[in-house]
Design a protein around this ligand. Sequence first.
Ligand code: BYC
Length: 327
Amino acid sequence: MYSQGLNGPAEKNTDDSPEQLAAFQKRIDAEEKIEPRDWMPSGYRKTLIRQISQHAHSEVVGQLPEGNWVTRAPTLKRKLILLAKIQDEAGHGLYLYSAAETLGVSREQMIDDLLSGKAKYSSIFNYPTLTWADMGAIGWLVDGAAIMNQVPLCRCSYGPYSRAMIRVCKEESFHQRQGYEVMLKMANGSPEQRRMAQDALNRFWWPALMMFGPSDKDSIHSAQSMKWKIKRFSNDDLRQKFIDATVPQAHYLGLEIPDPELKFNEETGHWDHGEINWDEFYQVIAGNGPCNRERLAARRRAHEAGAWVREAVLASQQKHKQPREVA
Ligand code: BYC
């Protein structure tokens, strides 16, 4: 949409001069927003295309685990809330694809990269949703983790991304509350409902912690992204903030976090936690999680089934471009 008049795709712009780079860093340090037509280093453009498109894919693929429960929501009210939430996620995907397009990448290219398995999307959406309590756990933990990660992105140095994140965060906040409310109902319901709530927490706790990405020592992009103020906090710092905010919420529900090493540290004022299973994380992001194949197959089917809509829109645009025949 905004792609005309840009400096050209990332890979063509490899001869950034030291003067240009220094002037750019000065703007970043002064907290200026970078806009689509401004000069930017090729690496900055590339990093943003990678992160924003992966973020968009996550929103779109993230509809699938919840979509599984639309027809089985326990009441009409719950069904409506779930549908509205899933629709919000589609909207987030659209704002984010638009933000990425401002960097000169086409939506077709981004979608191709998702469907071919080249582009990543958040690891969390490769886990199955087995019971209704999972809808609560996703809202509470997954959207809760998303807010923790995304509120700082509202201050990202790239204007279109930072502005898209403001609305996304407001909606995620509603999602988090509705998830917590589902958990509250389940945790205070029948023994079976309480058991389901605990089981959902057991299965989603560790994958939610993995959403923040590898530990700082293994995060390949963090240092540069923080220098460019794309990221404002490191992966481990955000993960710790999430744990500190979420543990008291679990206690209020009367549920147990599935980490025997979790302990409040009086000296630091933070909750110390056990080791994350990084082998599992790397397996999931390499395409070998419990639902990776199912998720991509579902996206491919949806893409093929929607081909006629894309063709109809293009045909209609063509028709309206042609001069009208005068009778
Ligand atoms: N899953 O150097 P690092 C949502 C990859 S949507 C998969 O730390 P970076 C929601 C990473 O891409 C949630 N891959 O990277 C939707 C990199 O690989 P590549 C999505 C991951 O970018 C619907 C490699 O590991 N949120 O909340 O500095 C319903 C090394 O990592 C993950 C966003 O996308 C992961 N968890 O930091 C409900 C937010 N973690 O690209 C909820 C925006 C890492 O070199 N993104 N990788 O092949 C970010 O903030 C950052 O990209 C990350 C990773 C913190 C995720």
